[in-house]
Design a protein around this ligand. Sequence first.
Ligand SMILES: *Cc1c(COP(=O)(O)O)cnc(C)c1O
Ligand SMILES: [Zn+2]
Length: 408
Amino acid sequence: MTPAYQLQCIDCHAEYDPAEIIYTCPSCGGLLEVVYDLPAIEVDFHTSGECRSVWKYRSLLPVDIEPVTIGEGGTPLYRLGRLTLNIDANASASEIFVKHEGLNPTGSFKDRGMTVGVSKAIELGMKTVACASTGNTSASLATYAARAGIPAVVFLPGGQVALGKVAQALIHGAKVLNIRGNFDEALRLMRQVCDEYGFYLLNSINPFRLEGQKTIAFEIADELGWEVPDRLILPVGNAGNISAIYKGFKELKMCGITDSIPKMTGIQAEGSRPVVDAIERELEAIEPEQNPETIATAIRIGDPVNAAKALRAIRESGGLAISVTDEEIVEAQRNLASLEGIGVEPASATSIAGMRKLLADGLIDADERIVCVTTGHILKDPTEVVDVCTKPTWVDADIDAVRRAVFG
Ligand SMILES: *Cc1c(COP(=O)(O)O)cnc(C)c1O
Ligand SMILES: [Zn+2]
């Protein structure tokens, strides 16, 4: 059976057999994406009563075997209450939602990509899976590789990965190398190693992985009764997720399930903002940031591999890209946690910090229906949390001392 999908170069539009192990266009070097023969596919997920999960949408996913799954997707979409009021009185009439991807099995949206990516690796007969990672990709890859029973190799920017993520990669049995360098260097090395040893690369340059992540768009529309929000706001690191979600919304529209596409709005950290610069300066391509810096280690990436896709997503959808400072990130993280009960890691809080700034600066309307994607769980980075919070008070095990301290 010929599959109803191909790999296609986003630049020269050359098409390739989806069984070829390629990550970029052999002819021009452009990024690849999975394109479906939509008229030939019976897209049935919008009517089924099945519980929401990545595999509910499998009629538009490029996997032809029983998937490697641990129950990813189906994350909650919360409507903001107290935090909304805290932003601006005018904004209280608006509908602002948070899609909390930190509630995936390993604590980040990467699981949506990995369930599809690792399933594809098995389908293609690959023997070892690999990635470079700011942390969450490695945690997720290690987990799905363990589930599938194949080895995983991961390269981390040594000393720059949050503790919870390193712990996950280790306990799930990946071979973990701490590279003396930043993420961009780790990824360059991993791409070379994958070429040399035939490891299957599961960074977001892999177009199959992004197919899993596009289900964030499907789920949001599904939860809103097959309506589309006016705007999506999310952090941008290697720029795969914003590209994937945009693709998901485009496919829904092409299938006639929805009738519009949200304005894709990407948020980066002040010290690591190549995509924001390219949008502001109307550049054709990004100029890499050589020394990216931010407390939001998941998006500490100076040379995002999916920049070409992300720039299109933002421009074609009429979206925006702005940056926020580390202070704004921490404040948003605290507000989300203390006013809404939603615990996220710093990178995820950029979407809230960004929304707040865009509303305050009048760059977006207070009556827009907005979905902010929070990408990772708070427990990923306990060190950062402890650093930014007031420490617990030490008290003697004595009732008078305790009374004084409780009311002190
Ligand atoms: C991977 C990741 C991001 C960045 O996503 P990209 O697809 O690389 O842009 C943001 N936040 C968290 C928590 C992540 O793990
Ligand atoms: Zn090409």
